[in-house]
Design a protein around this ligand. Structure first.
Ligand SMILES: [Zn+2]
Length: 437
């Protein structure tokens, strides 16, 4: 390894990672696993591949601890969503360095954090870091699809749990610096909503479309239900993460019913953060009815994207929805929910984030966040009770720009943020996995 700065190292590694096309499907994450292994091993970090299919390898690298301290897992996924080059300013697989940014698909989600995690563990290994607990780096496949069959972290937790078992984990999900009411905050994702879609099946009676009065048109009936679902405004409630956030932003915790207005009064940006976290959300997104133009459908199926608060159950929301819709010719068929897990806020990993931010930006605070979507963190929380946070600080890039670029054209990472990320992950490793001296 030629002598270079951590900044140069993470920039170069991210460029190389982006140049490997790991669009999922099909994934081909083994390419990224091989690159990361070839980068890590010369620094003395031992690497193992775990692959359900040869081209879909997960890499797990580790600095073994003496066994006297907790394990810390630095988690990243190496697959990306697709990219349409016609929409981009640069080739999405160029990894071009331009205007202080590394450009390309996956720069933010999440090859940048993967590169930073790899540089953190490699640099610590070169310095002779002897942790008390294992320091683990996992670069996993198949986060963006993760269906059945699964190839990534869900499969690892099931088939090779000892490879990724850890008391603490740092994953994607948040880290953005936001300014609210003139104060700077860094968001740390400690919990996630549950993605819990359901199908509203509306029944009628089929008939020839030329004689509408003899049939009972399920599509027309569904139209009314779709409007009702969209109008449902569940009563707001305050989850612990939002209480802490409101207290920091507003100075006290308002009643749940007043929370949105109170946040908005301080700063519209606070209202944007808080709004999706006050209640479950229900968004009708797909519909199927007759597949013949001249046949009135007896059945219409409306798919509703539903996101529950952490800890909330499908039964709870179904009771609410039935009460709102009233009796009728419909059924509610839930699909399997994903996510909805939470890690505690008062932990050594939280303290590590606070001490890091206190040094990186004196006066700024770390705030807990519940992610409205979900990440791989829930597999770790469910399998091992891991304290898993989504935290990769983004301070130079505007958080709203970053949010817009994820899964979109011209995705890019600011090199200053990559360097900050390496510093954070090294700090977390020292704070959690500890050092024997
Ligand atoms: Zn991601």
């Amino acid at each position: 390894m030629p002598a270079q700065t951590l900044r140069g190292e993470v920039t170069h590694l991210l460029q190389e990672l982006i140049r490997l096309d790991t669009v999922n499907p099909p994934g081909n994450e083994t390419r990224a696993a091989e690159l990361l292994r070839d980068y890590l091993e010369p620094s003395g970090v031992s690497c193992d591949f775990y692959a359900r299919a040869p081209e879909r390898a997960n890499l797990v690298a580790r600095i073994p601890g003496s066994g006297e301290g907790p394990r810390l897992l630095l988690l990243s996924h190496t697959d990306t969503v697709l990219a349409d080059p016609a929409e981009w300013t640069v080739d999405p697989w160029s990894g071009e360095l331009r205007d202080g940014h590394v450009w390309g698909r996956g720069a933010l989600d999440m090859k940048g954090q993967a590169a930073a995690s790899a540089v953190a563990i490699a640099s610590l290994a070169r310095e002779g870091f002897r942790p008390r607990g294992d320091l683990i780096f996992a670069a996993t496949a198949d986060e963006e699809v993760g269906d059945d069959p699964d190839f990534g972290l869900s499969w690892l937790c099931r088939e090779h749990p000892e490879a990724v078992r850890a008391e603490y984990a740092v994953n994607e999900g948040a880290g953005d610096r936001v300014e609210v009411g003139g104060h700077a905050f860094y968001l740390c994702a400690t919990s996630e909503k549950m993605s819990s879609p359901f199908v509203l099946r509306v029944h009628g009676r089929s008939g020839h479309a030329s004689l509408p009065s003899i049939a009972d048109n399920a599509l027309v009936k569904a139209a009314g239900y779709i409007e009702r679902v969209a109008e449902l405004a569940p009563e707001p409630q305050l989850i612990p993460e939002v209480e802490v956030l409101l207290e920091a932003v507003c100075g006290d915790v308002p009643a749940a019913a007043d929370a949105l207005a109170a946040a908005r009064a301080v700063d519209p940006a606070a209202a944007v953060l808080v709004e999706p976290l006050l209640s479950p959300t229900l968004s009708p997104t797909m519909i199927t009815a007759s597949n013949k133009r001249n046949v009135i459908p007896a059945l219409t199926e409306v798919t509703v994207d539903c996101r529950l608060l952490p800890g909330q159950t499908q039964e709870e929301v179904e009771t609410l929805l039935r009460g709102w819709l009233g009796d009728g010719d419909y059924e509610i068929a839930w699909r399997t929910g994903q996510g909805g897990t939470r890690s505690a806020m008062a932990t050594p990993l939280w303290s590590a984030a606070e001490t890091f931010i206190a040094e990186a930006e004196p006066g700024a605070r770390v705030l807990p966040m519940c992610v409205a979507g979900f990440t791989d963190s829930h597999w770790l929380r469910e399998a091992f009770g891991t304290v898993a946070y989504g935290f990769f600080p983004v301070r130079s890039m505007d958080p709203y720009l970053a949010a817009r670029l994820v899964h979109s054209a011209d995705e890019r990472a600011d090199v200053d943020d990559l360097e900050l990320g390496v510093r954070w992950l090294r700090h977390a490793a020292l704070a959690i996995a500890g050092s024997d001296g």
